[in-house]
Design a protein around this ligand. Structure first.
Ligand SMILES: C[S@@+](CC[C@H](N)C(=O)[O-])C[C@H]1O[C@@H](n2cnc3c(N)ncnc32)[C@H](O)[C@@H]1O
Length: 427
């Protein structure tokens, strides 16, 4: 199996078919056995997604006419070739010959010479990468740059910079199995360098590692979850015996954390049946139980006839602009128009969840977005139209008067996230 050809197919699926990289990459990785080969495949795909505008411009400048139709995958192959020449330590001759071989593996034998020739020319001339506009300079779509500039006049460049960094790997200690200190000790014994994060169960690894190396992972001693995402369960603060709804639960990271924190009755709902399977798998590995339901959180009455909930976690569908460092394909899959649509969907789900919250209950609204439309403006509008809702300031907020807690990507090593804790009046 030619790794460059597999990478070209994965990138083709993302850019031409709108498939997310978290689906397209494993689809191609399954053809590889060796861990190192899998890692190289991932590096090539992630790298191209990070640097796409500049690589696109570079490659297009060396083509007489662009590849079209079925041959389009060769354009993606050239992006991979150019990425290796500019951003990796792969020796140039190996990068070129392996990529040209990829052309053969993709069954375009008649175009091997073209691919080879374009890459040789790029290597020979090695022009500086174009930075003549913001999209090229920052390798970000213009519409996200515009929105970031509006929302963060002082920080937008730092947010973009953080979104290009390779994120650390975070673990959530399962406090039902051992204390965090005990798990840090077990990690040290396994020679895995790690340190405690700011929330109670969080552990940050010095460098990412395969989960098979983590002590007791298969038996549920820990889970992989970003430090920012781990604040969700802590901030919702479930209490023993309560009825709790996780309204957008899949793949279940936060559901499991809620169940690790307290003996609650948890209803875990998601609209996506396929993703719900992951909730059940995660519950099983951690030996936890919840009612897992396939349903619409915007219409809870259609699948729930039980009591109202003591607490609700609404980890809403969002633009995911806070996690671009983990999912760089988001930059090319999302469109500007999606933001308004997402904000409407979030509003609908939030209003419906509120109806199902007991008086005196708590709802935690969360997104992995950095855009105000989905975060502080969404919550400010909700508070305007909902007289029985009050916003609780969170101790973690730098500005106690801010509407919610916005974590920016890279802050304390965490993903970009947003939290707003809302309390329902007693009567
Ligand atoms: C941010 S993800 C949730 C991540 C999850 N809470 C976790 O920690 O693993 C958002 C989820 O919302 C789900 N979703 C979108 N629209 C929905 C709806 N109307 N009702 C229920 N779930 C929905 C998506 O399928 C997706 O799984």
């Amino acid at each position: 199996m030619n790794i460059r050809a597999l990478a070209a197919k994965a990138i083709f699926d993302v850019l031409e078919r709108g498939v997310s990289l978290s689906v397209a990459l494993p689809t191609q990785q399954q053809f590889l056995r060796d861990g190192k080969d899998k890692a190289l495949l991932a590096e090539l795909c992630y790298g191209v997604m990070r640097q796409l505008p500049q690589l696109d411009k570079l490659v297009s400048g060396f083509m007489e006419k662009p590849f079209k139709g079925k041959q389009r995958v060769l354009h993606q192959l050239l992006l991979i070739g150019a990425y290796q020449l500019y951003f990796t330590r792969v020796p140039a001759h190996a990068a070129i010959s392996e990529t040209a071989e990829g052309c053969r593996a993709l069954r375009f034998e008649n175009l091997v010479k073209v691919v080879n020739g374009v890459l040789r020319n790029i290597q020979r001339q090695h022009p500086a990468l174009d930075e003549s506009n913001d999209t090229l300079k920052y390798n970000f779509p213009a519409w996200i740059i515009r929105r970031l500039k509006d929302a963060y006049p002082d920080d937008w460049q730092a947010i973009i910079d953080a979104s290009h960094q390779r994120p650390p790997m975070w673990l959530r200690n399962n406090r039902r199995v051992q204390s965090r200190d005990a798990y840090l000790g077990a990690l040290a014994e396994a020679e895995i360098a790690a340190s405690a994060g700011s929330s109670d169960d969080a552990i940050k690894l010095e460098s990412p590692t395969d989960v098979s190396r983590l002590p007791g992972f298969a038996d549920g001693s820990s889970s992989v979850q970003d430090g920012a995402a781990q604040w969700a369960a802590t901030l919702l603060d479930p209490q023993h015996g309560e009825l709790v709804l996780d309204a957008c639960a899949a793949p279940g990271g936060k559901s499991c954390h809620l169940l690790e924190l307290a003996d609650i009755e948890l209803v875990a709902v998601d609209f996506d049946e396929k993703r719900l399977e992951r909730v059940s798998q995660n519950l099983e590995r951690l030996k936890l139980t919840a009612k897992v339901i396939h349903g619409d959180a915007g219409n809870i009455g259609s699948w729930w006839q039980g009591d109202k909930f003591d607490r609700i976690l609404l980890d809403a569908p969002c633009s995911a602009t806070g996690v671009i460092r983990r999912h760089p394909d988001i930059k090319w899959l999302r469109q500007n128009n999606d933001i308004g649509e997402l904000a409407k969907l979030q509003q609908q789900i939030l209003d419906n969840c509120w109806q199902w919250l007991k008086p005196g209950g708590t709802l935690l609204y969360a997104t992995c977005s950095v855009l105000p439309d989905e975060n502080r403006e969404q919550i400010a509008a909700f508070l305007e139209r909902t007289p029985d809702a009050t916003l609780e300031a969170l101790p973690q907020q730098a500005d106690p008067a801010a509407v919610g807690w916005q974590i920016l990507p890279g802050q304390d090593g965490m993903d970009g996230f947003y939290y707003a804790r809302l309390k329902k009046a007693l009567l």
